[in-house]
Ligand binder design. Structure first.
Ligand code: GAR
Length: 204
């Protein structure tokens, strides 16, 4: 079975949705490790409750990004991880991880990329008054929320929406789309007919 590592920095609701999908066998993968850059994050508590191993670290205790990413790569190899799934991991991935897991790192972002990359994407879209926003799953490269797009789902902004209700709608879409997309990747069905089909081929 494919082994995933989920990377999170905060609440970990996407991590939990993935763990639930794996338990219910909608996602035929094992979450072998949670990687978290904040040992106090709620994501870590969720992992403990779910009996999923955690590697947490503090970036400022290392000399540089390469130093902590080298340690992460070691943990990922030990755990036999095939695919890295970023879920609210609020750091740019550096060359150490990108080279060790080439084309095997994906991310979810709460907007229709390339619109509203970076932090607070839902708030940015809300402030602009967009009528349609959504979620994007994409391969990770050295940029911030860039990289080839794998899947998108639109979420309409309703006249009755508040920022809070829009946030809930987008989170619900994320929790559905991320496990579905990873399952399609595992089945190698996501990128047929896409210019990024060569990325697909590299997923184990
Ligand atoms: C999610 O909405 C995710 O798309 C977003 O952080 C949130 C994490 O929530 N990621 C980004 O904005 C990446 N640029 P969670 O910790 O509850 O899964």
């Amino acid at each position: 079975m494919m082994k995933l590592a989920v990377f999170a920095s905060g609440s970990g609701s996407n991590f939990q949705a993935l763990a639930l999908a794996a338990k219910e066998e909608r996602l035929q993968a094992e979450i072998a490790l949670l990687v978290c850059d904040n040992s106090e994050a709620y994501a870590v508590k969720r992992a403990e409750q779910l009996n999923i191993p955690v590697f947490s670290f503090r970036a400022r205790e290392y000399d540089n990004k390469a130093a902590f990413e080298n340690e992460i790569v070691e943990k990922l190899k030990e755990a036999g991880v095939d695919l890295i799934v970023l879920a609210g991991y609020m750091r740019l991935i550096g060359p150490t991880l990108l080279n060790a897991f080439e084309k095997q790192i994906i991310n979810i972002h709460p907007s229709l990329l390339p619109a509203f990359p970076g932090k607070n994407a839902i708030g940015q879209a809300w402030e602009k008054g967009v009528k349609i926003t959504g979620v994007t799953v994409h391969f990770v490269d050295e940029g911030m929320d860039t990289g080839p797009i794998i899947a998108q789902e639109a979420v309409a902004v309703k006249k009755t929406d508040s920022l809070q209700s829009l946030t809930l709608a987008i989170q619900a879409a994320e929790h559905r789309v991320y496990p579905e997309t990873i399952q399609l990747l595992i089945e190698k069905r996501t990128l047929e007919g896409s210019p990024y089909n060569d990325h697909q081929a590299s997923i184990n």
